[in-house]
Design a protein around this ligand. Structure first.
Ligand code: 5AD
Length: 355
């Protein structure tokens, strides 16, 4: 079990490796092995989801955030960030437009903004589910108490995205302020799962100080946690952070990791992220061709879009724009995929839920 090809083959066959093997697989990245894993990942995805690509309407509800994650453009400490918050009415309007465009999942994403109390969110979620019973509501609103997650779930929320950011405590400490902890992040993820959400974790590729060992630990965590969704995108520097002069993460490595995650969990919902589209032309198409099966175009009102700047040069035109859905459909057709009007829930596999 020492050649990189043996390790790749083991992953294809058993969907599991140890941390050392994941590390070797990442260190041994080369175009040939990437091509092999890509072909196998696409085969697995096809067996579960055919050639369908799910779309999610992303609504960036607020860039006000109490946290100060060192890499993030909307961190609370950034005095140069022009803050905004959408009202529940504006969010509902975005859902109405989105529904007409064919979206059947609405993702409400935002900073940790105290305005969005359980009361306000529960009422809003209830209203969206009442008007659009055939749609899923996904939340991406950071760390909250277990009670809060439970209330939002009871109000009708279906899914929750909370990237773990890194599975390594030391690296977590280098990327976050002292008042944040990996332990609490993991506790939140566990709570979300126990409550019954479809849960998404994820991490950035090429984050400052990140080594291949760290990524290997992320992969092992993803293997064991068995998330329903996983957001993986390259790190992109933002000018108002201490990481402004760092390099962006690699699109090729991101695509390689998408293939690996697809092979670990054939049924996972895996987005080709905006960050991937930002670091490389046609990054999103490359992501789909590597094993991803979800895209999340932006449904936020025009006024909000430029201000939700997690990193510099974030794409907000073309296929990133939910209102340009026809262009996205054409691009996906061009590479042999079909954008569908569907809720796009995770497919439960006997293999995953056996234990
Ligand atoms: N580059 C890439 N991704 C980023 N995120 C935050 N800042 C950046 C950045 N500079 C990601 C984080 C977060 C998600 C909403 O966006 O992983 O969880």
């Amino acid at each position: 079990m020492n050649s990189i090809f043996d390790i790749a083959e083991k992953l294809v066959k058993s969907s599991s490796l140890n941390v050392d093997e994941y590390e070797k697989l990442i260190d041994g990245f080369n175009p040939e092995i990437a091509e092999y894993l890509k072909i196998e990942a696409v085969k697995k995805r096809r067996s579960v989801y055919g050639n369908q690509v799910f779309i999610r309407g992303l609504i960036e509800i607020s860039n006000i955030c109490k946290n100060n994650c060192l890499y993030c453009g909307i961190r609370g400490g950034n005095g140069n960030c022009q803050r905004y918050r959408l009202s529940p009415q504006e969010i509902l309007s975005a859902c109405i437009s989105g529904y007409e465009l064919g979206f059947r999942t609405f993702v409400m994403q935002g900073g940790e903004d105290g305005f969005y109390t359980d009361e306000i969110l529960c009422e809003l979620i209830g209203e969206i589910k009442k008007r659009f019973p055939d749609c899923a509501v996904t939340l991406s609103l950071g760390e909250r108490s277990r009670e809060s997650y439970q209330r939002l779930f009871d109000a009708g929320a279906d899914r929750y995205l909370l990237r773990h950011e890194t599975a390594d405590e030391e690296l977590y400490g280098k990327l976050h302020p002292e008042n944040m902890s990996l332990e609490n992040r993991m506790e939140c993820l566990k709570n979300l799962k126990e409550i019954g959400y479809q849960v998404g974790c994820g991490f950035m590729v090429g984050a400052p100080c990140q080594t291949t060992r760290h990524i290997a630990k992320d992969l092992k965590f993803i293997e064991e946690f068995k998330p329903d969704m996983c957001g993986i995108g390259p790190f992109v520097p933002h000018k108002d952070t201490i990481f402004k002069n760092e390099k962006a993460g690699s699109a090729d490595l991101t695509c390689y990791l998408l293939s690996i995650v697809r092979l670990i969990h054939p049924n996972i919902l895996l987005p080709a992220t905006t960050a991937l589209g930002t670091v490389e032309n046609d990054g999103r198409e490359k992501g789909i061709l590597s094993g991803a099966n979800v895209v999340m175009p932006n449904l936020s009102p025009e006024s909000a879009r430029k201000k939700y700047e997690l990193y510099n040069n974030k794409l907000n035109t073309g296929v990133e724009n939910a209102f340009h859905i026809a262009e996205l459909k054409k691009k996906m057709e061009g590479i042999g995929y079909e954008v569908v009007v569907a809720k796009g829930d995770v497919v439960a596999s006997p293999q995953r839920y056996k234990s």
